[in-house]
Write a protein that binds this ligand. Structure first.
Ligand SMILES: O=C(O)CCC(=O)C(=O)O
Length: 266
């Protein structure tokens, strides 16, 4: 059972902290065995996709990857997400942002919701620490309370090499208020689609891999002319007429990473 972060003189529930600060932390959200499999998964993806930077293992890969779907469906993660989006929930997107040692790109300050075709903007992100995540290896940084700002237009920034190549207008960011989200592997931070957040480059000798998972309630519509590649119904009921969901992938030994329980995915 994961525990929310201690806040001031008493334990604030994760939901209380999220409502106040726009983010919350849950310790030991998944088992150490599953964390190890997630680490193996990052390495396996690197072997399968040498053409991609490891900060860019994105959601077009999810629907044909049984381990990825098994991971984001873990009850430890869904129980946390349910506190924020309710019992009927689906996946909107998921990305590994694995910053390699000495060469990990920064993520410039941004609000997630500025990028997303969702209506309404009811969505929560769980950021699962696959490696320990610290200021040295480029942990996520958030500006507590900034989730009350409306979503802003993005700006392209091609001067700095970064994961997103875009950012919020820097004049709207008071970086002196930023807080490092320091996590051990297996911990999860949760953040609001409007909160201003980002992360520094990884210049350290240690990799920093995290998995972003964006959960929506099944009442949130994904506005897309094309079928959305990783819309998966994860818990509860779909709402008729809102979103088409893709089938869960089947495990094929010659094609997919093996994992505990993969035989029940055939
Ligand atoms: O992994 C990071 O450093 C940033 C994550 C992020 O921007 C996000 O989850 O939206």
């Amino acid at each position: 059972m994961s525990t929310p972060e201690v806040s001031s003189s008493r334990v604030a529930s994760g939901k209380e902290m999220y409502d106040r600060d726009g983010y919350a932390i849950f310790r030991s959200a998944i088992s150490p065995e599953l964390v190890q499999e997630a680490r193996n998964h990052v390495e396996w993806l690197q072997q399968q996709h040498p053409e991609l930077r490891p900060e860019q293992f994105g959601h077009t890969l999810v629907a044909d990857d049984p381990f990825w779907v098994r991971l984001i469906s873990d009850p430890g993660l869904l129980d946390i997400a349910e506190q924020f989006v309710g019992p009927n929930m689906a996946l909107f997107a998921s990305h590994y942002i694995a910053k390699p040692p000495f060469d990990g790109k920064p993520v410039l300050w941004h609000q997630d919701g500025s990028y997303w075709p969702l209506e309404p903007m009811e969505v929560v992100t769980l950021w699962l620490a696959v490696d320990d995540s610290t200021p040295e290896n480029g942990c996520m940084r958030v500006i507590p309370g900034s989730q009350t700002m409306d979503l802003q237009q993005l700006q392209i920034n091609s001067e700095v090499e970064s994961v997103l190549s875009s950012e919020i207008d820097p004049s709207l960011v008071d970086a002196s208020q930023a807080v490092d989200v320091i996590l051990n592997a297996g911990d999860v931070s949760v953040h609001h689609p409007n909160i201003i957040h980002g992360s520094e480059a990884n210049n350290s000798p240690r990799r920093r891999a995290g998995l972003t998972i964006r959960y929506i309630p099944t009442t949130t519509r994904i506005l897309s002319d094309e079928p959305w590649p990783c819309a998966l119904l994860l818990r509860g009921e779909a709402v008729p007429g809102v979103n088409s969901y893709v089938a869960r992938p089947r495990y094929i030994e010659s094609k997919h990473m093996s994992f505990a329980g993969c035989e029940s995915w055939t």
